[in-house]
Design a protein around this ligand. Sequence first.
Ligand SMILES: Cc1cc2nc3c(=O)[nH]c(=O)nc-3n(C[C@H](O)[C@H](O)[C@H](O)COP(=O)(O)OP(=O)(O)OC[C@H]3O[C@@H](n4cnc5c(N)ncnc54)[C@H](O)[C@@H]3O)c2cc1C
Length: 234
Amino acid sequence: MLKITKFESEILEVNQETPSVKTIRFSVPEEFEFNPGQFVAFILDIDGKEERRFYSIAKHGKGYIEAAINKVKNGRVSPIIHNWKKEDKVKIHGPLGMFVLKKDAFEKENIFIATGTGVAPFAAMIPKLLSGTDKKVILLAGYKHENEIIYDKFFSDLNKNNKNFEYHAVISRPENPQYKGSIGRVQSLIENHLPHNFAGDVYLCGLYEMIKDVEQMLIQKGIAKERIIFERYD
Ligand SMILES: Cc1cc2nc3c(=O)[nH]c(=O)nc-3n(C[C@H](O)[C@H](O)[C@H](O)COP(=O)(O)OP(=O)(O)OC[C@H]3O[C@@H](n4cnc5c(N)ncnc54)[C@H](O)[C@@H]3O)c2cc1C
């Protein structure tokens, strides 16, 4: 069992990844351990009321974890998090959650499907998986606009360095009429890239509407419910 702790963390780095998403690195105690796919809670005091919001651990390294945080329009907490700066101190509780690779994940093919910042836990899960399997691993990621794609270079580099890893991103509403990438919803990527007779598991992450739709679509394609594992953000 991993130890779950509450600790004060310092912000080490803030990057404006896209117009609406910041990636933020937080210090963690030396003994902090997590399972890729897990998240942490940020505990804030807003006008004397405790607010907690959860953020997937996307990347990690010696003494830090990184989260990718979307600024939700009219959201209560995420716009405040977007004002956090380097050296600010924040309260963290974690690691939390059960959305992790199944024990037998290394022995089968796996597909990861996300929209928006739902791709964040996959930035931790997929490298772990690739380090121990030569079975096919596919990531399908959907975004609204072309400037909202996150961790694109990270996943493209993984794709270059692992011949068993496929990465496809799709944009539903490109702002540039000349946009040359794939256009459509993440569901269209499933139509195009779900391997024939796929026998592995599917991991979904994002907002509930996408999860519900995609789950239904996968079940219709013959993938049993037990093979669909998901984390919903709302
Ligand atoms: C297990 C878990 C992990 C999460 N990991 C992440 C993460 O890695 N990155 C991240 O940006 N968010 C993540 N979230 C969502 C996050 O915890 C907050 O719910 C989100 O930041 C909105 O908080 P808020 O106070 O600004 O909005 P609130 O005032 O609480 O309003 C909630 C509204 O925000 C919408 N919403 C929630 N999350 C998102 C999102 N990511 N994109 C667009 N709309 C959203 C909901 O549909 C809801 O309508 C996660 C949620 C859970 C449960």
